[in-house]
Design a protein around this ligand. Structure first.
Ligand code: 13P
Length: 249
């Protein structure tokens, strides 16, 4: 049995401003009080260095990186650049990027390989769309994504998997505890089959409309090792209760 620390990571998406960095103070205070919980915030690229300067002990991360180290990729940012800016982690394969930027599993895998090699904790996202859940093919879909987007592991940095059902993102609808237990169990089995004992140490986060009211029930589920939080990570008022729920779980 592996004891996995809970990780609560905020994904600010394309939100936030210098003024919003004031939220980091109370978030960091809550993180210090929440023994046994890791807390991270991923603001837009432009705020990373500024956020690092005000992080007060929480990890600051990015929402994407390119698979290449440098080169003619206008508008992209490399893993090395993120490290230089002070980022400790990066999200790859978020469903919004898979949809908006047409990122394939192979592209996501390339990003994860590079990010891990650069020493960034890497949160790799998977999740089904509503039609797949209705059709009952949700587990199959997520297993396919894992099969094709998870990198091999060399132990350079920590890989984290985030299960984010697309129909639950920004909709106010969450997976039920039973949905989460089913899918996180399927993901755990895949990780164990693929990586052996290491697969038991990989944290699996749930993401999709996590908030103060539903966090505790989700954190109580087997194999739910934390949360990737969008909307409710934008203010300390909304985010801190989620961190506190993780500490109590
Ligand atoms: P919401 O918490 O706003 O649903 O977003 C979830 C998400 O996409 C986190 O990456």
């Amino acid at each position: 049995m592996h004891v996995r620390r809970k990780l609560v990571a905020g994904n600010w998406k394309m939100n936030g401003s210098r003024a919003a960095l004031a939220e980091l103070g109370p978030i960091a205070a809550a993180a210090r009080a929440a023994a046994g919980v890791d807390v991270a915030v991923c603001p837009p690229f432009t705020l990373i260095s500024l956020a690092v300067a005000r992080a007060g002990g929480i990890a600051i991360g990015a929402q994407d990186c390119h698979a290449a180290a440098s080169g003619p990729h206008t508008g992209n940012v490399s893993a090395g650049m993120l490290v230089e800016a002070g980022a400790k982690l990066v999200i790859v394969g978020h469903s919004e990027r898979r949809a908006d930027q047409c990122e394939s599993d192979a592209v996501v895998r390339g990003k994860a390989v590079t990010a891990l090699a650069a020493g960034l904790q890497t949160i790799l996202c998977v999740g089904e769309v509503e039609e797949e859940r209705v059709a009952g093919t949700h587990c199959e879909k997520v297993l396919y994504q894992l099969e094709h987007s998870l990198p091999e592991l060399g132990g350079e940095a920590e890989l984290v998997v985030a299960y984010e059902p697309v129909w639950a993102i920004g909709t106010g609808r969450t997976a039920t505890p039973d949905d989460a237990i089913e899918m996180h169990g399927v993901i755990r089995e895949h990780l164990l089959a693929r990586f052996g004992d290491t697969g038991g140490r990989i944290r699996i986060l749930y993401g999709g409309s996590v908030n103060a009211s539903n966090a505790a029930a989700l954190f109580a589920c087997d194999n739910v090792d934390g949360a990737l939080v969008g909307g409710a990570s934008l203010t300390a008022e909304a985010f801190v209760p989620i961190v506190e729920a993780a500490a109590k779980s």
